[in-house]
Ligand binder design. Sequence first.
Ligand code: ATP
Ligand code: MG
Length: 323
Amino acid sequence: MKRILSGVQPSGKPHLGNYLGAMRQHIEMQKDYECYLFIADLHALTTVKDRDQMIQQTYDLALSYLALGLDPKKTVFFKQSALPEHTELCWILDCITKMPFLERAHAWKDAQAKGKKEISVGLFNYPILQAADILLYQPDLVPVGQDQKQHIEMTRDIAQTFNTTFDKVFKLPDPFIKEEVAIVPGTDGQKMSKSYGNTIDIFAEESVLKKQVMGIVTDSTPVKEPKDAEKCNVFRLYKLIASKEETKELENKYTKGGFGYGDAKKTLLDKILKHFGEARDKYNELTPKENYVYSVLEDGAKRAQVVAKATLDDVKTKIGYKL
Ligand code: ATP
Ligand code: MG
């Protein structure tokens, strides 16, 4: 059976972009793959600097996955910070990676472009920690959104550097990116991102969700005029969760005219509530079951560590740390 691995940061609430671009695939792939999935709380430390927030967002992400159908018997589900192997391998990979190589990474270039002057060393080093996260588990595929493509290419390069500098340890993983949901747009039309404040959060309270959907940026075409559905963010999102028939129906309303963006937003909101209705019930049901949720993550960490430790031991042997 082929193996997959992926992670999501507890840097905010999970949103439609996370769900469509990554989480949905993680759940669907459970039936055909051996799955490793982690809450990337070490990565989230680059942005989250508050204890309660870290605890709350980590718990919320665990709940969200379980509510969406993650089966802890099938998927090894754990918190990254529970395993020292991630940071240990990160240091080793740091020592075989050159600075100019890291300077090409998107996350760092984006932060620079946004004028963030005081970028942490952690953010700069992010792709190497991510390479360690992946390589420890020797996965065949890494299901992610388009924004992670470059990081996976970097992971392959780093793996190859290790394999040729010392000896072969790492398998080179391939990204698994679904084209139609590779970059889900946010309410402002940019990539939906927790850090851009342009998200539609899948388990937000109804009033919050409504505000987010109503806040989607549209143009100023008057209600009675025909509209180009493909150019509208509301439609672009709707199409990703609606059936073909529903999509066609909404498209016709755009083309005919007499249908305003407010109406389109209402249609999208109803669709989101319906689509996640069952998962929402499950989410609410699981919310008070802390013991259960934490025990899933602890059990996952134990199972993950067996694999991570075996890879790290092999790395240490090849370097000369272990006889
Ligand atoms: P942050 O802004 O803190 O980086 P994020 O919203 O980008 O948060 P991540 O936790 O970094 O979310 O990403 C989790 C997964 O979701 C990754 O596989 C990423 O590629 C995917 N993803 C994130 N945003 C989108 C999006 N807009 N469209 C498709 N996939 C996405
Ligand atoms: Mg991100």
